[in-house]
Design a protein around this ligand. Structure first.
Ligand code: HEC
Length: 425
């Protein structure tokens, strides 16, 4: 990992105690066996400054869950045997079923929603809280468009989750009603300013050249279909300048060819940016420039998979990832930018329910599952999933294409959700 930290990294570490953000105090520190998971005593203030605010209470019901993970990853330090080398083919697949003593508090002001459903009394309490988002309280939330959009998106994500788990059908209607009350007029949504710029990423990671990347259109997998994710996603690729073939020639050769593509050159970078889709007052979906998740991937080497290959996947791929905490978005107001994002450490833990199972593992292990270089059929692709020839990757020519696609997909989600809360005749 060390080589992926820019020159200022070590200097910054010296000042770390001074720079500790509120979000660092809410999560267990690197020396803790559950590093990165939420602290028991943390106070979460995503949508309002008071913890008693009903919107914050709703957040805690959605995004904090004490539960037994269904699986525990072998990548957690305490799960590894002291004698055997851990970074061998399949290390990212290592896991065992969760048992009662694995129960932890998971979630927090991040992207993974740990909840799968609610007990009867919890559901009744949540319905009451949702109904309370009205009047002056609702007006207060709507007065901060970015927060209202984020809160609405969280409610819709819970609708999605409950439809997927088949639990608490009774909550779908109150959740949708609350999401609709939060909806803003289209003209207000159109005025939302972006909270991310390529130039700001370059300041943090100088190797990323703000004007040196190409946006790639592709057929996304289900994981990135906004009918599931309720977010738009864009992928940008920065191909090494001197590499032969160049990106256009590579794309041209790869798509539709029977043979494996040319190996992706060492030094290639790719960026995944995900942002919110909001429903307006007439239930029309609008992709908005509120970016909540930024992920950077680099093919650093093609050396063998082993402990000493100091990359996130241990077979040559490095990741850096940043998220926009809701609380920071609220506190920074309209002035928020990439500088306000929280960088996650790839050794931190998470419960990855959004990827299908409640697996407790490290970020590095989860990313390596899908983005590894070796021991898969796509060695040449080196884990650059968006460039899979079967996804028909090509240069973006129509800048609005990804956003419109996400809007159509969210409209489909809404139709599905409306159906789910209409009593069967
Ligand atoms: C379940 C599989 C899966 C997991 C786990 C996963 N990704 Fe991905 N990722 C994908 C797919 C599929 C794409 C292509 C998306 C598209 O084309 O729309 C992708 C795209 C990306 C991209 C854009 C470049 C590329 O490879 O296409 C980055 C960067 C990225 N993911 C980072 C991460 C990080 C960091 C993690 C760990 C937190 C992670 N991913 C976990 C499946 C996964």
């Amino acid at each position: 990992m060390a080589i992926f930290v820019d020159g200022a990294g070590s200097a910054l570490l010296l000042f770390a105690p001074l720079l500790m953000a509120q979000s660092d105090l809410q999560r267990l520190p690197p020396e803790h066996p559950n590093r990165g998971l939420p602290c028991e005593a943390a106070i979460w203030l995503p949508y309002a400054s008071s913890s008693a605010h009903v919107a914050n209470r709703i957040f805690c019901s959605m995004y904090l869950d004490r539960c037994i993970p269904s699986e525990v990853g072998g990548a957690l330090i305490r799960e590894r045997s002291a004698t055997a080398e851990f970074f061998v083919p399949g290390w990212y697949f290592q896991k065992r079923p969760g048992v009662a003593s694995d129960a932890q508090l998971f979630g927090g002001d991040g992207r993974q929603m740990p909840r799968e459903g609610f007990a009867k009394e919890e559901s009744a309490g949540l319905q009451e809280d949702l109904d309370a988002i009205d009047g002056a309280l609702l007006a207060g939330l709507r007065g901060e468009p970015r927060l209202a959009v984020y809160f609405q998106n969280d409610l819709l994500r819970l609708v999605r989750r409950l439809m997927d788990t088949g639990q608490n059908r009774e909550l779908i209607s109150p959740l949708l009603a609350c999401a609709h009350r939060l909806a803003l007029p289209a003209v207000v949504l159109a005025k939302i300013a972006p909270n991310f710029a390529m130039a700001d990423l370059q300041k943090v990671f100088p190797e990323w050249l703000a004007d040196g990347c190409v946006e790639v259109e592709r057929r996304s997998s289900q994981l990135f279909n906004a009918q599931n994710s309720l977010a738009w996603s864009s992928v940008f690729v920065q191909w090494p300048q001197s590499a032969e073939p160049n990106l256009d020639a590579w794309l041209c050769d790869a798509v539709g060819a029977k043979d494996a593509p040319h190996p992706i050159p060492v030094g290639t970078l790719a960026l995944l940016v995900q942002g919110l889709v909001a429903l307006d007052e007439r239930s029309v979906a609008h992709a908005v420039p509120i970016i909540i998740d930024v992920r950077l991937q680099r093919l650093s080497n093609r050396d063998p998979l082993r402990m000493e290959n100091a990359t996130t996947t241990h077979d040559g791929i490095d990741f850096r990832l940043w998220q926009m905490p809701r609380q920071v978005l609220r506190e920074s107001g309209a002035a928020s930018s990439f500088a306000d994002f929280r960088e996650l450490n790839t050794e931190d833990h998470e419960l990855f329910r959004d990827y299908g199972t409640r697996k407790h593992t490290t970020i590095a292990a989860q990313c390596s599952l899908c983005h590894r270089r070796t021991d898969g059929p796509e060695e040449a692709l080196a884990g650059f999933s968006a460039l899979r020839p079967s996804s028909n990757p090509r240069r973006v020519t129509d800048k609005g294409e990804r956003w419109r696609l996400a809007e159509t997909e969210v409209a489909r989600f809404l139709a599905e959700a409306n159906k789910a809360c209409t009593p069967a005749k």
